[in-house]
Design a protein around this ligand. Structure first.
Ligand SMILES: Cc1cc2nc3c(=O)[nH]c(=O)nc-3n(C[C@H](O)[C@H](O)[C@H](O)COP(=O)(O)OP(=O)(O)OC[C@H]3O[C@@H](n4cnc5c(N)ncnc54)[C@H](O)[C@@H]3O)c2cc1C
Length: 386
């Protein structure tokens, strides 16, 4: 039987980052994917790093990720298009402005410099913003990168470090004996390993169920679009009017948002991804946010599926039972956090504990979760909300 020090299930950016850091420390790692590298959420994301000022449990991972992002091009040897342009939240409506005033102290308490702006202040950062802009919240911290290139950079650097990626190779089962993981079953045979790293995105819960562990997740579909390249308009990662958007280094406006569609997923199939009327909704929102861009040609649109935890916070844990099983899911902000989450997973695999604090990110916080939590939030397949 083939052997590995660790098998990673999922070749999205989190699994690839984990594989990369493990390979850097000399581990023999095999990354499996049921499809292709970064073909799911990781290659379809908008590309923000959020510093998670609203969630202190995740702030150490976010700060570590921010430091790593600025080193990745050199470290990995491939471009990620990282742009440390900060973040701007924009309000076009009074309610939204009130929300920004509410979240401002949370970010300040987390030690992240943020500044409330009036409409003119927000437009000074992004002059293409609507004159209806009432205000904004700005931080010079954080930034954005190209999801395709960054994920691929991790994949190539992992391979350069001796790692193996098996595409079109779903994990079909996990062998456990004596309370420890022993092997991962694939259509091409089993791989013997003492460590299984579950980075299967929306399928994390299905993989965990193979060893009898429940991970509460709700998969949701988001839609995105990209315009033709435009002259430089702004560097910030922008959130406002129901959209998340950035201007790529080449000049395209890359945006996603609108109502989200809750879906279900299976173990090996493709989550359905046809276009829906949501695309029309997000195109309208962009035109309202940037009236001067209303007629800018759109190059393409797509959708992606990500998984959300009940408290919209990461789950990162090395399980006590079965020993050797690590679970990592980032509840919709895993692209930006992937560099440091990958390091944390590597530490958990090799040392049993993460150097970056991940206290409070374990599954035990859901011990008293109502089994009907998805229905209570209206997060069941077929419903739309933000
Ligand atoms: C439109 C959109 C915009 C987003 N914007 C941002 C953003 O700006 N910033 C941010 O931080 N995050 C963003 N996200 C979320 C982010 O993309 C995800 O949190 C992140 O990519 C998760 O990475 P991952 O590697 O865990 O999962 P994924 O990229 O989903 O990868 C999981 C992989 O596991 C594989 N897999 C599943 N089951 C199996 C199996 N049985 N065997 C083998 N392989 C399996 C899948 O094929 C997949 O390739 C966005 C997501 C979307 C869809």
């Amino acid at each position: 039987m083939e052997k590995a020090d660790a098998v990673v299930i999922g070749a999205g950016i989190m699994g690839l980052s984990a594989g990369y850091w493990l390979a850097q420390r000399g581990a023999k790692v095999i990354v499996l994917d049921k499809g292709r590298v970064a073909w799911e959420a990781s290659g379809r994301a908008t590309g923000f790093l959020s510093l998670r000022g609203e969630q202190p449990l995740e702030a150490p991972l976010a700060a570590a990720a921010e430091t790593l992002w600025s080193t990745l091009d050199e470290r990995l040897g491939y471009p990620t298009e990282w742009l440390p342009g900060g973040r701007l939240w924009v309000a076009l409506e009074p309610d939204r402005l009130a929300e920004l005033r509410d979240i401002c102290p949370q970010w300040q308490a987390a030690g992240i410099p943020v500044q409330l702006l009036d409409g003119a202040g927000a437009r000074a950062i992004a002059p293409c913003l609507s004159e209806q802009t009432l205000g904004g919240l700005h931080t010079t911290r954080g930034g954005h990168a190209n999801p395709q290139r960054a994920s691929q950079a991790f994949a190539w650097a992992f391979r350069d470090s001796g790692g193996a990626i098996r595409e079109q190779t779903p994990a079909l089962g996990i062998t456990v004996a004596g309370g420890k993981v022993r092997a991962v079953q694939t259509p091409n045979g089993s791989i013997s390993t003492p460590v299984v790293i579950n980075c299967a995105g929306p399928q994390v819960g299905l993989i965990a169920a193979m060893v009898g562990v429940t991970v509460p997740l709700a998969p949701v579909r988001l839609e995105a679009m990209v315009t033709v390249p435009l002259p430089r308009l702004f560097d910030v990662a922008m959130v406002g009017h129901g959209l998340s958007l950035r201007q790529t280094r080449r000049g395209n406006i890359h945006f996603n948002g609108g109502p989200h569609e809750w879906v279900d997923v299976d173990l090996t199939g493709e989550p359905a991804k046809p276009g829906t009327p949501v695309i029309r909704n997000i195109a309208r929102r962009l035109a309202e946010l940037f009236p001067s861009l209303a007629n800018t040609p759109v190059l393409r649109s797509w959708s992606g599926v990500l998984e959300v935890t009940p408290d919209q916070t990461c789950i990162i844990e090395r399980l006590a039972a079965p020993d050797g099983m690590i679970i990592a899911t980032a509840s919709g902000h895993g692209f930006g956090l992937a560099p440091s989450i990958g390091q944390a997973i590597c530490d958990l695999a090799l040392d049993g504990r993460s150097q970056v604090p991940i206290d409070g990110l374990g599954l035990d916080r859901f011990a008293k979760l109502d089994p009907g939590w998805r229905a209570l939030r209206r997060w069941t397949a077929g419903s739309y909300n933000t």
